[in-house]
Design a protein around this ligand. Structure first.
Ligand code: FAD
Ligand code: DLZ
Ligand code: SF4
Length: 522
């Protein structure tokens, strides 16, 4: 019985379920680089190079373990460019008795696989992806019969179920969630340690050339490529994070700073998402650091919550709610995505920093994604599908199962509050409190309307005005609506006028008020 085991580009784990029970004497692994996957959105160049290089390294590791791998590279003669047609060709080449694959992370690919049942004249076994800490079935069971799906309750359940950061039946330290300790801005006296550098080996160098050749106009710089592309190096990145960054991860989790794209964040999401690291080993490493006394509880808990809580939760929501989830548009947002998301040419310094960081590294940390690029898209009423495509394209860690709930639900409130109880809308005051961006901006976060006003200010109030019918009855929005209700009519008129004028011109191909001297070092 010869099996053809098909491994996708985000299934690069030695213990992926499709490899369970492999017979090295008869079975063969298939991996394919296909245009279908490199172009379904205009991926950041680093994202393409990272995935293709990691795939090639993984194939070599399997070969070193005595497994036969049939690897189809992007430029190979005869490469048809699609998963289905490459599987057709591989079946011709190897004539397997059956095909084994682990279920894909994305609905789009699941639909493709659903057609395979009738396409090939041999059985196909689609196995569950057991690299997550909560299975899709367990998430469904948790969600079943609940009125709302709040992450906090799911997270507590996961803490109990896994025993992570638990002292018997109680959370370590007596509190489930230390988020309130994790909101400090970065003081000028603290500088995060230098990031570890990964060598560009021959495989990565070749893939970088290939990416530049095939996708020269895609978003992002490839020169700054600094990603681990093997499990061995991803483990080095994990150890480095636990030793040097995790101790202050909690304190500065929500901070933002010019020229500090990574701060104390892990920068591990691409490795987790393609399978070079597994969520369990990452959580265990953080808990061990806490138990040994080398990191405080607010850091370990804050970090573990992101993985055990948020990461598992968004995956559960994705599979629970798709495919309908994607087409909801609760706030009827229709604006075209402003051109500067791709060009970085804006005079709003916070947005410019977040977009330039993204271009340079295919990375921005959570608060930049949520409270800068996300917040702006929400306040400006950008069409959810357009901003989703941007997020799916520009980050090395972007796969729809994790990107969509974060963008559609958390950022755009397009799901009407299924994922978060209120929109994460904020004015310039929040950005000024949590970052040093405003110090180098042409706008003033303290001015609410007029030429020098921070656009986040009038856009924030305009957003509340425009979405009154959808939001004003939300108990968590009572306070801002009370303030709005007491606002003088003349001020409301100024907010509306400034927002209208600003939004009318954001798709013109030039900054409204550009002073290049301010951005020379940005
Ligand atoms: P850290 O801040 O150090 O967090 C540690 C880990 O926790 C991350 O590696 C990640 O695996 C997990 N995590 C943290 N927050 C979340 C979250 N909200 N959802 C799921 N996992 C989380 N994450 C992705 O992996 N892929 C995406 O495409 C993606 N798109 C996002 C889009 C928006 C608009 C927002 C607000 C968030 C998005 N996130 C996404 C979540 C989060 O921003 C990234 O996981 C995080 O920035 C990755 O960097 P890090 O490894 O340094 O994370
Ligand atoms: C993202 C990506 C890219 C850019 N290229 C490939 C590829 O050439 N071959 C492949 O198997 N996977 C690739 N991927 C990852 C897939 O998009 C991902 O495995 C599926 O979307 C399932 O989630
Ligand atoms: Fe951003 Fe407004 Fe601050 Fe400028 S003033 S950096 S636009 S928040």
């Amino acid at each position: 019985m010869r099996k053809l085991i098909f491994i996708l580009g985000d299934q690069l784990s030695p213990n992926i379920s499709s490899l369970t029970g492999i017979d090295r004497d008869t079975d063969i692994v298939l991996m394919v680089e296909v245009v279908e996957e490199t172009t379904y959105v205009p991926h950041h160049k680093q994202k393409i190079a990272f995935i293709l290089s990691a795939m090639r390294h993984f194939a070599n590791e399997l070969r070193s373990a005595g497994i036969e791998v049939d690897y189809v590279a992007l430029g190979d003669a005869g490469n048809t460019g699609s998963f289905s047609a490459e599987l057709d060709r591989a079946i011709e080449r190897h004539n397997p008795d059956r095909i084994v694959i682990t279920e894909p992370g994305e609905w789009r690919v699941r639909r493709i696989m659903d057609d395979w049942g009738g396409r090939f004249d041999r059985p196909i076994e689609i196995r569950a992806d057991d690299r997550f800490l909560c299975s899709i079935a367990d998430f469904r069971a948790w969600a079943d019969g609940r009125k709302g799906y709040r992450m906090e309750y799911f997270y507590r359940e996961m803490r109990r179920r896994t025993g992570l950061l638990m002292d018997g039946d109680y959370p370590a330290g007596g509190t489930w969630n230390l988020d309130t300790s994790n909101r400090k801005p970065l003081p000028a006296s603290i500088q995060p340690p230098k990031r570890i550098c990964f060598e560009i080996d021959e495989i990565t160098a070749e893939v970088i050339l290939l990416t530049n050749r095939c996708y020269p106009d895609n978003f992002g710089n490839i020169d700054a490529f600094n990603w681990a592309v093997s499990r061995e190096d991803a483990l080095v990145a994990l150890a480095h994070f636990i030793e040097f960054y995790l101790p202050l991860f909690g304190d500065y989790q929500d901070a933002m700073a010019t020229d500090e794209p990574f701060l104390f964040h892990a920068v591990l999401s691409p490795y987790l998402n393609v399978g070079l690291l597994e969520p369990w080993e990452v959580c265990i490493a953080a808990e061990a650091a806490f138990r040994s006394g080398s990191v405080p509880l607010n850091a370990a808990e804050g970090f573990i919550r992101q993985i055990l809580g948020w990461r598992e939760y968004v995956r559960g929501i994705y599979w629970l709610e798709m495919p309908g989830y994607k087409s909801r548009n609760a706030l009827s947002a229709t604006r075209q995505l402003p051109w500067f998301y791709w060009s970085g040419e804006t005079d709003m310094h916070c947005l410019k920093c977040a977009i330039e960081d993204t271009k340079r590294s295919a990375y921005a940390h959570h608060i930049q994604r949520l409270m800068i690029t996300g917040n702006f898209a929400l306040l400006a009423g950008v069409n959810p599908a357009e901003i989703e495509e941007w997020y799916l394209a520009v980050y090395a860690d972007a796969f729809e199962w994790v990107e969509l709930p974060n963008v559609h639900g958390m950022v755009m409130f397009a799901d009407g509050g299924l994922l978060s109880s209120k929109p994460y809308a904020a004015s310039g005051a929040y950005i000024n409190r949590m970052s040093n961006y405003c110090q180098r901006c042409v706008y003033d976060p303290k001015i609410k309307t007029g030429r020098d006003a921070c656009p986040f200010n009038f856009l924030y109030w305009n957003f509340l005005i425009q979405n009154r019918s959808a939001l004003s009855r939300n108990p968590r929005m009572k306070m801002p609506y009370r303030i709005l209700d007491h606002m003088e009519p003349v001020k409301i008129a100024a907010v509306r006028r400034d927002a209208r004028d600003f939004l009318e011109q954001i798709n013109e191909n030039r900054p409204r008020k550009f002073r290049s001297d301010l951005f020379d070092s940005a």
